[in-house]
Design a protein. Structure first.
Length: 258
């Protein structure tokens, strides 16, 4: 039979305050193992594991409501519980690393041109935060040679590609406000952007391969209009400009035939 400890004994042994234990009980995170008729609370050795989980989740920055949900999902057993928490910590670390990367790359962009459109900055941050989902989708649907080339160069050139693409998109937004899609200045900027895309995917990439992707379900991170660098009107103008440029190079994408 497990030894019962008063709330004071348990708090002292665990290194937490009695007030914290009462608060966790109030929030339905950790109940005493036994409550006497007079209302005295007693804890047992088995209560150390859920308490450790609460402290670990708080350290990781989870809210009390999130911790409550995690506690309900958590497996029983010391090793299984620790393995579960470790997995959550790794996920949290990956999330924090992506936030830091998004900050670094966005600041690098703003260092070159402080007056960047907020939608461009939001677009850059969004893509970095959702890069895993987008890379997984690309691996599934793009030709193997294209994926291999991209992944071989991704780590080395990602920051360079992000800076170049956001600068081009910023300049494109300004041009589309003044000039039609077929204007020379717009076409020059389209050429820069599409050349950058070709550089990212290598010689094995073909614009005609995009036709094979038509009709496929895209991840939400790639389709939401709220996360585009352009307004709906600018989207239409950019699509027309890109189509005009590709046609001049003899490329007619499926769905754009007249």
């Amino acid at each position: 039979m497990n030894k019962r400890m008063s709330i004071g004994e348990f708090a002292k042994t665990a290194g937490v305050s009695e007030r914290a234990l009462r608060f966790y009980e109030q929030k339905d995170l950790l109940k005493p193992s036994y409550v006497s008729e007079s209302g005295r609370r007693y804890y047992e050795d088995r209560d150390f594991l859920p308490l450790q989980s609460i402290i670990a989740f708080k350290y990781l920055g989870f809210s009390l409501e999130e911790i409550k949900e995690l506690m309900q999902q958590q497996p029983s057993g010391v090793r299984e519980s620790l393995a579960y928490q470790k997995d959550l910590m790794l996920q949290k670390r990956d999330h924090m690393n992506r936030i830091l990367k998004a900050m670094d790359q966005t600041m690098a962009v703003l260092d070159t041109e402080p007056a960047f459109d907020p939608k461009i900055c939001a677009f850059l941050i969004h893509n970095i935060m959702n890069e895993k989902e987008q890379l997984d989708w690309m691996k599934e649907h793009f030709p193997r040679s294209v994926v291999d080339y991209f992944m071989d160069h991704y780590e080395e050139k990602e920051a360079e590609w992000s800076l170049a693409s956001t600068r081009i998109l910023q300049q494109m937004k300004l041009l589309l406000q003044e000039y039609p899609p077929e204007a020379d200045m717009v076409q020059q900027k389209v050429a820069e952007f599409l050349t950058l895309v070709e550089d990212m995917f290598g010689e094995g990439f073909s614009w005609n391969d995009l036709a094979k992707l038509e009709g496929l379900d895209l991840p939400e991170s790639m389709t939401s209009p709220l996360l585009s660098p352009f307004t709906p009107e600018e989207e239409q103008q950019f699509a027309k400009a890109a189509d005009h440029y590709l046609r001049s190079k003899g490329v007619v994408l499926h769905g754009n035939e007249e």
